[in-house]
Design a protein around this ligand. Structure first.
Ligand code: SF4
Length: 169
């Protein structure tokens, strides 16, 4: 908490413009965050903008020849994450209907992109589309709990000993 208090004003300062943000960041860094004020910040999920608010991109990054996309499942392998297959799912989604109705039209299912471990997938079968949660891949970053625009995902503590096991940090 003490470490976070030192940097609490740096990011919110940039909401007031680049130059204000740079000067503010310098001041906050030089004083070690001892300024007597705390700038207002926003919850991360509330800053996610809807698809309709974006213009179409000028470049097509998907079909252009660029570097191949990062292989998320290979990264999960390096994280050596492991969960007992029969343990209760530790990612609670309060209403999975939202995923295939409102969310897909408003945000195009951002959980399928911001999760670094490919935990969330929109699967399709004879019964239609549904959210598939590959909870065993989770690397416990909690991004989904923080960034989900509807705040219907709750990350709860999994069984003891489960999760990533980074060897070379
Ligand atoms: S905690 Fe991180 S890795 Fe786990 S499901 Fe959420 S976003 Fe994915």
């Amino acid at each position: 908490m003490a470490e976070l208090k030192k940097v609490r004003n740096i990011k919110p300062g940039f909401h007031k413009g680049l130059w204000f943000g740079l000067i503010n960041a310098g001041l906050e860094t030089a004083t070690g965050g001892r300024t007597p004020w705390t700038l207002r910040n926003h919850a991360d999920y509330s800053q996610t903008r809807k698809i309709a608010e974006h213009e179409s991109p000028k470049r097509d990054f998907i079909t252009e020849k660029t570097l191949p996309p990062r292989d998320r499942l290979a990264s999960v392998f390096y994280a050596s994450t492991a969960h007992e297959e029969d343990q209760p799912v530790h990612l609670k989604v309060a209403d999975t209907n939202v995923c295939i109705t409102t969310c897909v039209t408003e945000y195009q299912n951002p959980c399928t992109r911001f999760c670094p471990a490919g935990v969330y997938e929109i699967a399709e079968d004879d019964t239609g589309k549904r959210l598939q949660i590959n909870a065993a891949n989770c690397v416990h970053c909690k991004t989904c709990d923080i960034k989900d625009p509807y705040q219907i995902i709750t990350w709860v503590t999994p069984e003891g000993g489960a999760g990533p096991n980074y060897q070379n940090l």
